[in-house]
Design a protein around this ligand. Structure first.
Ligand code: GLC
Length: 441
């Protein structure tokens, strides 16, 4: 081998080791640590749209139903069987470390007793109570972080610019005093939420309808952080948030952001819709989840309770199965860091904090050996997590005089495999070292 090739290969190994260390330690804002370690959150879309089981807010905006008929659902939002303790227990059981509740969707109906003159569930629905406080305290008593979804858009507010699709109440440029009234109102509602519930995380939505300057995104950020400096803000704040939020579809390439979160429904809709039975299976949810964490992201998995507060059975089933899998494989999931870059292994993987343990995720039933490429580190031991079956990696194609590592083949006995996704634990001889060169001579 030419000296220059050797040099380039060694450099590649070095660069990966460095980049890997850097991505996890150096540049992450310390307040984001719990979030990147959390991996799993549960999103809850709960509002009057559950009464008829129609699209949250969008149904009237898109003129599928009149605004008046939509708001008539206020009368049916009884929350009779609402059991925030049971919600929090289910979330705990799923393995999630945080939850995000829709405090107000684009329809403008607040789930708390707002002092602003606008719709809320205490004054305008048979619920007659604050729905946020008991849930946040149930979460916190179980060590789960509490997040507030808040829609910047408020299509029901008389001073908001937008209302129905392809029309507007007024143009902001024509009536800036009116917009200023709306901005004051919006800021006041956020302050109420902040003062009363002190969310660990703010999940903004709807920023696309106005610019950062129009929303006063810097002002919102400043206000919220002055109330709680450690609060995390999602990315839907026109550039003033802390992390990216791809929605519904898994990103194909690894996102460059230090922190990101895939928000995803369990069937096809965010809120309760009895006609939507297209539930994702536990296998699908678990494999998507593994893909997310393998690429440095979190999964925010949604549930849509009924108007009485009960949670549809298929939803409960998915969360319980996910929870059982998380319980078994927790060491490879929580507090892990992103796994191998593409090309080394055909599947998701994660690394321990010190990157000396490599976890390989094997979806479905595996027949035939799996293979890892370009692993410079020596494997000290290999097991299947759960049954703790010892595996015997075979190194193929390692040439004694070459620095290029061999391929690692590992047979995984069927009897040791998980019904959804098996995880292997490979203990390395130190922090992972990868070969990313072009091969031998
Ligand atoms: C979209 C929709 C909204 C939903 C949200 C969740 O932005 O406007 O209905 O709540 O996604 O991510």
């Amino acid at each position: 081998m030419k000296k220059s090739n050797l040099f380039i290969s060694l450099l590649a190994v070095l660069i990966f080791t460095q980049a890997n260390a850097q991505s996890t330690k150096d540049s992450l804002d310390p307040k984001m640590q719990w979030f990147t370690d959390a991996k799993l959150g549960i999103f809850i879309h709960w509002g009057i749209y559950a009464v008829n089981g129609i699209d949250e807010s969008w149904s009237f905006h898109n003129r599928k139903i009149s605004w008046k008929d939509y708001m008539d659902q206020l009368k049916g939002f009884n929350t009779r069987a609402y059991d925030p303790e049971a919600w929090a227990s289910l979330i705990k059981e799923s393995g999630a470390r945080y939850a995000v509740l829709t405090t107000k969707h684009h329809d403008g109906v607040a789930l708390w007793d707002t002092k602003e003159r606008h719709y809320d569930v205490v004054d305008n629905t048979p619920a007659r109570r604050d729905l946020i406080a008991p849930f946040f305290s149930a979460l916190r008593s179980k060590g789960i972080k509490a997040g507030a979804y808040y829609s910047l858009i408020d299509w029901s507010h008389p001073d908001y610019t937008g209302f129905l699709k392809d029309s507007s109440r007024y143009r902001l440029t024509e009536d800036s005093a009116r917009w200023a009234r709306f901005s004051r109102f919006n800021m006041a509602q956020m302050k109420e939420i902040s003062n009363r519930y002190n969310p660990d995380l703010w999940w903004f939505d709807g920023d696309w309808e106005h610019s950062a300057a129009e929303w006063d995104a810097p002002g919102i950020r400043k206000m919220l952080l002055s109330q709680n400096p450690s609060a995390i803000l999602n990315g839907r704040l026109q550039g003033y948030g802390d992390y990216a939020t791809p929605e519904q579809n898994f990103p194909i390439t690894r996102p460059p952001e230090k922190a990101w979160e895939l928000c995803m429904t369990t069937n096809n809709n965010w809120g309760f819709q009895p006609g939507d039975t297209n539930w994702k299976t536990p296998y699908e949810v678990i494999t998507i989840f593994a893909d997310a964490i393998s690429n440095g992201g979190n999964l925010l998995l949604d549930m849509g309770p009924r108007a009485d507060g009960t949670i549809p059975e298929p939803q409960v089933h998915v969360l319980q199965e996910l929870g059982a899998w998380n319980k078994k494989h927790g060491e490879a999931v929580f507090g892990s860091q992103p796994g191998l870059p593409q090309g080394h292994f055909y599947g998701p993987s994660t690394l321990s904090k010190d990157s000396s343990i490599l976890y390989l995720f094997l979806p479905g039933n595996v027949s035939g050996p799996i293979v890892v490429r370009g692993l410079q580190s020596a494997i000290k031991s290999a097991q299947v997590i759960g049954p703790e079956t010892t595996l015997k990696p075979k190194i193929v194609g390692k040439i004694s005089w070459s620095h290029v590592p061999g391929l690692v083949y590992i047979e995984v006995p069927a009897s040791a495999q998980d019904k959804y996704m098996t995880v292997l634990r490979l203990k390395l001889d130190g922090p992972v070292r990868l070969y990313r060169g072009k091969g031998g001579l």
